[in-house]
Every structure is written in C-alpha cells, then in structure tokens.
Design a protein around this ligand. Structure first.
Ligand SMILES: Nc1nc2c(ncn2[C@@H]2O[C@H](COP(=O)(O)OP(=O)(O)OP(=O)(O)O)[C@@H](O)[C@H]2O)c(=O)[nH]1
Ligand SMILES: [Mg+2]
Length: 474
C-alpha cells in the first residue's frame, strides 16, 4: 500500500518528460515555500517567503537554469496547501535537476494523482470532481471535454448532493418517527414522502440513462468500415480523417491491416477503423488480414457496411452482409458518381433514382431496418448526410448536449444503479406503508451508495484505486 502522509510536502514534474518549451516542477505542502526559498535566487533580491500569493518571479536555480517561480499560498491553491511551481526550460535535464534538488531539500516524490487527492482530502473538490480532472486531461474531443469540464465544475456533484440532502432529510424524519412513534410527524404523512421518493427515482433514472451517452463522450464509439475489396473503404477513411492516412489504389486488396484513428463528429469522438476488404482472395496474407477485419467487426459499436453502388450486389457482398446481419449498421452505397442517375439523385436535382428502383428494392429487403445512404467519396456527394447519419446512430436521436449532468464514469454508474435499487425498495416499503424501520434500512444504503460518488464515506482503498490511474504531477 502506498504511503499518503498528508503532512509531507510533495513534489513532481507536472509536465511530460521530453522536449518542450517549458517544464514545470510543482511543490505542495507546508514546506513548499521554505524548500523553494533554499534553492531560488531571485533577481529582485527578495526571498520566496516574502512573496504574496498568485505572484510570479524571475530568478535562478543555482547552477541549473533560469526560471519563473509561481507562488500560490494556502488555502487558495490547487491542493489548498502552499504550492510553488517552478517553470524551467523544457527538456529532460533541467526539469530533472530542479526536481532532484527539491527532493534533496526535503520534499517527497508525489504519488500518481496525489495533488488532486489532496485537493479532495482538503475539501476543495469532491471525489466526482477529482475524477473529472483525469477526464479533462484525457478528453478526446470538444464533446468529451465539455462533459468532463461540466463534471469538474460540479454539475454531477450538485445533482448528487441535492439528492443526498433530500434523502438525509427523509431519513432523519423517519428516525424521529421511530424514536417518537406516538407523535404524528410530518415526514411520513400522506403522499408527501411518496412524492419525494418518486422525484429521487426519476432523477436517478435520468442520470443512469445518460450513461450510454457519457461513455461515448469519454471513450468514443468504435465505428468499423467494412466491405469487399475496392469499394472505397480507405477512400472514406481518408476523407473523414481529412488527410491521406491510408493507401488508396484501384487494385483490390490494397489494405492489408486494420487502421484505427480518432475523428470528431460535432465534438463526438469516433474511433474510425478502415479494414482490409473481405472477399475471394486466397493467400496467407489475405487470410490474416480478413481475420483482423472480422475481429474488428466483432468489436464494433457501429458497422459502416460499404457496397459499390455502380455494380450489382454479388456473392462477396453477400458474405459480408451475412457476417454483419443483425448488427447496428449503416449501409453505405459508394461510387454513385459512376451512375448518372444516382449521381443526379445525390445532388438533389433528381429525387427518384428511376433506373435503380430494382436495386433499391433489393437493398431495401436486404437491409430491413438499417439506414441506407448513397454517396460518392470521389465527388464528395452526401458526405454531410453520411456524417449526420453516423451521429444519429450514435445517439439514436435522443441526445442533445444540454446543461444537465451526464454520467460518464463506470464507477458512478455502478453506485447509482445500487442506489436506484435501494430507492426502489424504499418506494415499495413506503407504498405498502411498512414499518419505518424497514424503510430506514434501504434509505441508509441509498445514502451510502450515493455518498460514495462524491466521496463521502470513501475508504482509502477506493481512493487508491481511483488515483492510481492519474499521472504523477497531477
Ligand atoms: N468513381 C469513384 N471511385 C471511387 C470512389 N471511392 C473510391 N473510389 C476508387 O475506388 C478505388 C478503390 O478505393 P479504396 O479506397 O482503395 O478501396 P478499399 O475499399 O479500401 O479497397 P481495399 O483496401 O482493397 O479493400 C480507388 O481507385 C478509388 O479512387 C467513388 O466514390 N467514386
Ligand atoms: Mg482499403
């Protein structure tokens, strides 16, 4: 087990190792100012202990580097302790030397996430907010960032604390009625309690339902482009990525390995995968690449099944169609530019692709329930529509990035599920006018589980588990 003595003064490089413009060594704790004082020679002749909070000073760490030193005094700092940040030149040597010197003068190397852990333990932020720090650092797109920042600002915390307040209120009312059974206490009167419990259940349900969106924002959606060779999968990958990431040639079987890249559609992170065409080639290399394609197809959240709109659906297509049967997918008919009428249809100049009615009918029966869209990667026809269709699949039409709290973290989801079940029991007990003591038991569990989300009653083990994922220096 790690030693998290909160009385230690801790230090760590706060910037990633490697070359960069600046590198920062961060120190936090009662001795932060004293340690900085012992190694810093200021240009203005003053000592670090003379400096006020939120001030920046130019000087030298003797024999190492010229630096800027920032002082943030307790309690208005990241950790609520005295914090000093030393900005030196980026690069491994300067940062390492300054850091070593700080340790020599009495600081201890911070454990992963220890600065943030202190911010939590010292009461500046709650646990859900502390966890959001990591999400902000790791945010993949604007959408992910927005969700993480919302949580860091306390959107979820406020929601959860609000529920906790109501539950604690109910619980104390119930306790009182247990202690003084003869007095008619307001709390369990009439529909009042039932209404409060119902409100909490609704609130919890809304949060739990937001988790599917939350996970998408945090982790991204795995969207796998698949199809027989040469239909234009890699061309689509490059187009959506807006750069020439993968090789495109007129030769079927060009792509041999699956390639995954992150894109952002309206701020939603999509892990887009280009796969090798699956078809009737038969060499060792082909079997390996088709195997990889199939493994990605198995893992996909969304299948982007690509077909060639300029030719009939053939056996090769059928094999893949069979492979992705029943999966959540978008059927993309590419190369409509090769077909005059379909091309016109794509531009909106013609609304019915007349000669393709038969083909359409066939694909309609093949892809019942799936969205089918016609595009041309080459001529960039219907690409906006394609992007919108992908987003629609991700959100199934129900998502609007509003101001309400959303659940992005599996730990929170698990706890809310538990608390929700506790509240269902409470609800049942209330409806059946059961003895208050029976209501109180489940109510206490609900309060306990909800409390763990924001860190009330969280044990050291739980904290260890959460903060071990952080980087050192955060
Ligand atoms: N006319 C036309 N040609 C296209 C279109 N999209 C792609 N192509 C061409 O089709 C050929 C194959 O494109 P790729 O993107 O390599 O196809 P792929 O599906 O990745 O092929 P494999 O990697 O072999 O499975 C290339 O010559 C592309 O330029 C399109 O919309 N219209
Ligand atoms: Mg390819």
């Amino acid at each position: 087990m790690h030693e998290h003595n909160i009385d230690d003064t801790i230090a760590a490089p706060a910037t990633p190792a490697g070359e960069g413009g600046i590198g920062i060594v961060r120190i936090s704790g009662a001795k932060a100012i004293e340690i900085a004082d012992s190694i810093f020679v200021s240009k203005d002749g003053k000592r670090v202990s003379d400096y006020g909070t939120y001030t920046v000073h130019y000087g030298q760490i003797v024999d190492i580097d010229e630096v800027l030193l920032t002082v943030m005094r307790a309690p208005k700092s990241y950790t609520k302790e005295d914090v000093v940040e030393i900005n030196c030149h980026g690069g491994i040597q300067a940062v390492k030397k300054v850091f070593d010197l700080v340790i020599k003068r009495g600081a201890r190397t911070a454990l992963p996430g220890e600065f943030t852990r202190r911010a939590f333990l010292n009461g500046r932020i709650d646990l859900a907010q502390a966890e959001a720090v990591l999400d902000v650092i790791r945010a993949k797109t604007e959408g992910s960032l927005k969700a993480a920042v919302g949580q860091l600002e306390g959107r979820l915390s406020k929601d959860v604390s609000g529920m906790l307040d109501v539950l604690v209120d109910i619980a104390s009312g119930i306790e009182a009625s247990i202690d003084f059974p003869d007095e008619e206490l307001d709390i369990i009167k009439e529909g009042d309690l039932e209404k409060k419990v119902g409100g909490i259940l609704d609130n919890m349900k809304g949060l739990i339902e937001s988790f599917s969106e939350g996970v998408v924002l945090r982790e991204g959606v795995l969207a796998v482009i698949c199809g027989k060779p040469n239909v234009g999968k890699s061309s689509l990958m490059n187009l959506l990525l807006k750069r020439d990431r993968v090789i495109v040639t007129p030769v079927p079987g060009t792509t041999r390995d699956a390639v995954e890249e992150m894109i952002s559609l309206n701020g939603v992170p999509i892990r887009l995968v280009d796969t090798a065409g699956i078809g009737e080639v038969n060499d060792v290399l082909y079997r390996e690449s088709a195997g990889r394609s199939k493994r990605y197809i198995d893992k996909a959240d969304i299948i982007l099944l690509m077909l060639d709109a300029s030719t009939e659906i053939n056996e090769e297509d059928m094999e893949i169609i069979e492979l992705v049967k029943g999966r959540k997918k978008l059927v993309i008919m590419n190369k409509i530019d090769l077909n005059a009428e379909l091309a016109l249809y794509g531009t909106g100049l013609s609304t019915v692709p007349a000669t393709n009615r038969d083909r359409k009918r066939r694909s309609d029966s093949l892809f019942k329930g799936d969205a089918v869209i016609e595009i041309s990667v080459d001529k960039k026809i219907n690409i906006n529509l394609l992007e919108r269709s992908i987003l629609d699949m991700v959100w199934s039409g129900k998502y609007a990035q509003g101001e309400s709290a959303i659940l992005t973290n599996a730990r929170h989801k698990e706890l809310l599920d538990k608390a929700f079940n506790n509240m269902l029991s409470v609800n049942k007990a209330v409806k059946n006018a059961m003895h208050p003591e029976l209501i109180a038991v489940d109510l206490k569990d609900a309060i306990f589980n909800l409390g763990l989300i924001v860190g009330r009653s969280a044990s050291d083990d739980i904290l260890d588990k959460i903060f071990e994922n952080f980087c050192i220096g955060k």
